[in-house]
Structures are given as C-alpha cells and as structure tokens.
Design a protein around this ligand. Sequence first.
Ligand code: C5P
Ligand code: ZN
Length: 448
Amino acid sequence: MDDSVLPSKLLNHLSKAADIVRSHDYIQVYSHYDADGITAASIIAKALLREGKEFRVTLFTTLNDPNMEIIRNTPAECIVISDLGASYIRELDAMDRDIVVLDHHTIVDKAERICYANPHLYGIDGMTSGCGATMAFLFAITLSEKNWDLVQVAFGGIAGDRQHINGILGLNVYLLEEGVKRGLVEVMDGSLIPYGDLSSALFMSTDPYIRGVSGCEEGVTKLLDDAGIAHNKHYKDLTDEEKRKLTSLIAVKLVQQGVSQQTLNEVSRQRYFLRDWNMDAEALASLMNGCGRLGLNGVGVGLGMGDRDCCSKAMELETVSKRQIMDGVLMLEKNGLKQRENFQWFDSSQSGFTGIVCGIAMNFIGVPSKPTIGINTSESLAKISSRGTWDQLDRGVDLSVAMRLSCESVGGNGGGHKIASGGSFESSRLEEFLDCLDKILGAQISAT
Ligand code: C5P
Ligand code: ZN
C-alpha cells in the first residue's frame, strides 16, 4: 500500500488493534451518539459479529469524568472506543485493560500502552480527512476483507461529520475510490434544491435553510409557483430548465439572507449514493442522527448493522426529529442570536438539538463572521456546541482550544475540532463561561 494513502504507522496500529480484539471472546464497545459515532459503533459491531465475538455497545453523549468512571468499571477485558477518547488518552493509558481507541478528534496526548489510532497521529487532518467511521471501517477491513461492504455505512459517518463538504479528502479518498471500484458507492451531483418530493423537501429544508420558505407552507407554494413547477413534483422528475429556474430563485433568496458564497458552494456539494441502502450518505447520516438525538441508540446501531426493522423505526423517528429541529430553527430565527464581541450565541434549553441547530444558525441565520455557540442549560450540567467557518479559521479561530480552555476555566471540559467543538460545565456558571470564551476567541483572532 502506498504510504501516502494509508501511512504504515496507521496500518501498524490497525493490525495491532485487530490482534488485540482477536485475542478476546467478549468486547465492550463505547462510541459517540452522533451519526459518526453510531456509524463507527455499527461497523465495529458488525465486524465483531462476523468474527463470532460476543460484544456489547454503549453510546455516550460525550466523554467526561462520570463516563470515564463507567469505562473504568467495565466488566470486560477488552474495550474498543470509537469517535471518542482523544481527550482522555492519559487516563485510558493508565487503565489495566486491553484498550483500542479509534478516534479523530484533536490530539491532546499520545498513548504509550494502549492501541490508539487517530488520523492526526499520521499527519492527516481528522477534521476533514478521516472520521470515527473511517477509522472503524479501516479497522474492520484489517480484521477481514469481507467487511468491505461496510464502506457504505462509513460514508454515513463521513457525511454525518460533514467531512465531504469541500470534497472527499485524505483517508476518505481511499474509501471512495475503492467503494466506487467495487460498485458500492456512486458519486452524484449536488444541488441547492433539497432532494425528495419538492413541497415537503422545501418545507423541511435546513440545508439550505431558506428564510420564508423552510417551515412555511405559503413560502413553499409561492417559490414553486414563481419557478412554474407543479407542487407534486419530485426532485428527480425536474427538467433541466426547471432545475435551473428553481436553483437560481433559491440562490437569490440565500444571498439576500446574507449566506456566504462558501456556504452556497458547500450546499451544492457532491452526494454519495450507497448501493445496498438505496439512499445517499447524508440520508443515512440523518437517520442515524435522529436515533441518537432521541436516545434510541439501539435502533441506530441496529440500523447501521443493516437490520430492516431498525431501519423502518429510524425512518419514523426521523420525521419527529426533523420537525423538532425545524421548530428549534424557526424559534431561533424569531428570537435572534445574542451578540458578544467575538461570537454569537443562543439558548437551546427549550429546543434541544443544540449541535445541529448551531450548525444551521452558523451558516444560514447568524452573521458569517463570528463563531456561533448554542447552550442548553435545561439540566444542571450545561451542554455547549460551537460551530465556525473556514474564513474564521483563517483568522485564527480554533474552537477546539477555545471550548477546552473556556469550559475548563469554569470547572467543566470540552474539545473537538477547530471548526466544530463542544463541551459542558455547571449551568450556574454560564456568565463566567461567556466572558471567558469571549476573551479566548478575541486573543485567538488578534494573535494572527
Ligand atoms: O456536541 P457537538 O455536536 O456540538 O460536538 C461537536 C464536536 O465536538 C464533536 O465532534 C464532539 O465529539 C466534540 N466534543 C468533544 N468534547 C466535548 C463535547 C464535544 O470533543 N466535551
Ligand atoms: Zn466524529
């Protein structure tokens, strides 16, 4: 294998991981509850099932001290952690167990004893070029070549973590090239027009979120009438002329709404059709997200493992979660974002779905120049999500560092990626947190 595609150090880590897992009969898998984490867990679970291993899968909303305590008390000799772990490597290294970590978050420490695979360790950007599902999939094909079909599931994770947004990069290129060659994945053109039956797809559209159209029946009717398109049409039945007309009407609306050119380009990204799933990678990611956010982790993992009943259940759940997300976005648009000098923020305590709404707010509602923060203080432990843009990163913003430092300054913890990070701390310390975050982001921007 060409070292520039799959670095030999990564291959060493993966074969060490496979040897560790092969030497045990029972494996505990811990993963994250978002689309990437569920996908990663499903890939590992399916690979373990095919190896004839017994296993148990547990998903965490985040890795924090209480969840580390759960890991410490795990009644298993072998633990595999995916899409989590980077921020607790030192603690995991100190545990007396066989541990494999397959993560892609920003590196804080290197491991000495446990087996730790992370794109960042091989000079590959884990934010854009390999996610939890990528790492889980590479581990699965190291265990056995018969796991290649799971590349389709991995694309659900890649889409879930938005690694495909500016084109497929790094480790994911290997997955795409091989996936296409094996007839499992097909590249499709993207569009500003949401896919599906147009009336409902436009009504439920949050990517793009079109002000006055998304969540608004009269707006959808007017847009389709202006484009001269029958209301009952499906995206795939549009003529080229109808597509052009509707695309330009949507583009005008988004530009008037203040959406950046970068975001417009991102919305029109290529899509990846998954043969055995008969849906594109983003649709699979959305199903996974729906399960995770509604707390039905078993359904999500079952879906990723290819269980038909779980797939039907996930489709039902998705309708509910999409409606809740739309309601959260409409409420946010009505209430507006609160402005600080170096970021904009909103309270998601009522709406939930903090990370997802935060991403939509960053691209389609707030000012594009400032990072967007969503804060849910409905429980004693506040949950924070932050989202940035490439332009902000060019100006020095690093949300992974900003979240970690500002959450730690109020006794909590946080981390993630430069462009998308999260954290938690005691809700009562909200004001202190906001002040600290403003200072840290200000310092990051002025240092460049
Ligand atoms: O929760 P949210 O979707 O906003 O998280 C954004 C990113 O930050 C995710 O990749 C998540 O894994 C990461 N994160 C983290 N540590 C936390 C919270 C989130 O690394 N305490
Ligand atoms: Zn991830």
